[in-house]
Design a protein around this ligand. Structure first.
Ligand code: SAM
Length: 281
């Protein structure tokens, strides 16, 4: 039996957001992997938890740490992964440890909790059914240009993270590629005393003096509705006839699907298709 790798969400500002299960897991784990031992140490102290061991997990150490984590799991011990704030693995380290644990046949499980992207998305008022998480934009160069181009063409709601000193540049770039009419919701200081969400179009947006960390949520590009032409109605009628519908049924089906008068569909179908027997049934 191997141990479990627990991905434990921690607060993004309000310490009341730590769950009882997160606390139990941090208490019980043989090793807590974190970005910054001082920061996580302060959280653990606040919670009254004496961790058995802490190890630094960041872009530089995650690869090396994987072996230690796999050894602990193989010995049947549980390991917890936390980031400085929020959900590990979301624009934060964790992904490599997860891969290593899976490859070693260990159980990987999440203790859900705060995630700035999800809080900002669900309070944005923008469609939540389909969305993409873009994390931080590349800082400059072709990579940034390409990503901005993808964002402008994206139909789903887009979620971005941004730091206060880059927010103005990023909003200007987004306005340039998406156009000023695009709806945006921008949240800062989520779960904290000065939490604020501003909803606007890109061109009307005014966030004042940048302060705190930001989540940007942008509406996806609206799909241009193709105008209905006689040709497109005929195509739809042909398709309905080809699956064996009578002219009358094909007209009824196309009228319902395209929202056009049944008479218009029937007039077109009798002009374009020879009569068939089932019309008279
Ligand atoms: N893993 C974290 C999560 O689950 O949200 C995100 C970590 S990422 C390194 C940090 C970014 O998350 C910040 O730059 C900001 O864009 C966003 N963020 C974190 N806490 C926030 C808060 N309280 N309010 C608004 N944005 C926040």
């Amino acid at each position: 039996m191997t141990g479990t790798l627990w991905l434990v969400a921690t607060p993004i500002g309000n310490l009341g957001d730590i769950s009882p299960r997160a606390q139990e897991t941090l208490q019980r784990s043989a090793l807590v992997c974190c970005e910054d031992t001082r920061r996580t140490g302060r959280l653990l102290q606040h919670l009254g938890i004496a961790a058995q061991a802490l190890a630094v997990c960041n872009d530089h150490t995650e690869h090396r740490l994987s072996q230690r984590v796999v050894d602990e799991l193989a010995a049947g011990n549980d390991v917890a992964v936390v980031s400085d704030a929020g959900t590990p693995g979301i624009s934060d380290p964790g992904e490599r440890l997860v891969r290593a644990a899976i490859d070693a046949g260990a159980v990987v499980s999440a203790i859900p909790g705060a995630c700035a992207a999800i809080s900002a998305l669900i309070t944005s008022g923008l469609p939540t059914e389909r969305f993409v998480m873009e994390g931080f934009l590349p800082r400059k160069g072709q990579e940034r240009t390409d990503r901005l181009t993808d964002i402008a063409a994206e139909h789903r709601t887009i979620v971005l993270y941004e730091a206060p000193h880059r927010i103005a540049r990023t909003l200007a770039d987004l306005t340039e590629v998406c156009g000023g009419d695009r709806q945006i919701s921008i949240s800062r200081e989520l779960t904290k005393m000065h939490e604020e969400t501003v909803r606007s179009t890109l061109s009307d947006l005014n966030i004042g003096e940048p302060r705190g960390e930001y989540v940007i949520v942008i509406a996806g590009r609206t799909r241009e509705v193709e105008p209905l032409t006689e040709d497109s109605i005929r195509d739809a009628l042909d398709a309905a006839l080809q699956v064996g519908l009578s002219r009358r049924d094909a007209a009824a089906e196309v009228s319902r699907r395209l929202g056009i008068p049944r008479r218009q569909a029937y007039d077109l179908v009798i002009q374009t298709a020879p009569s068939n027997e089932s019309d008279t049934q």
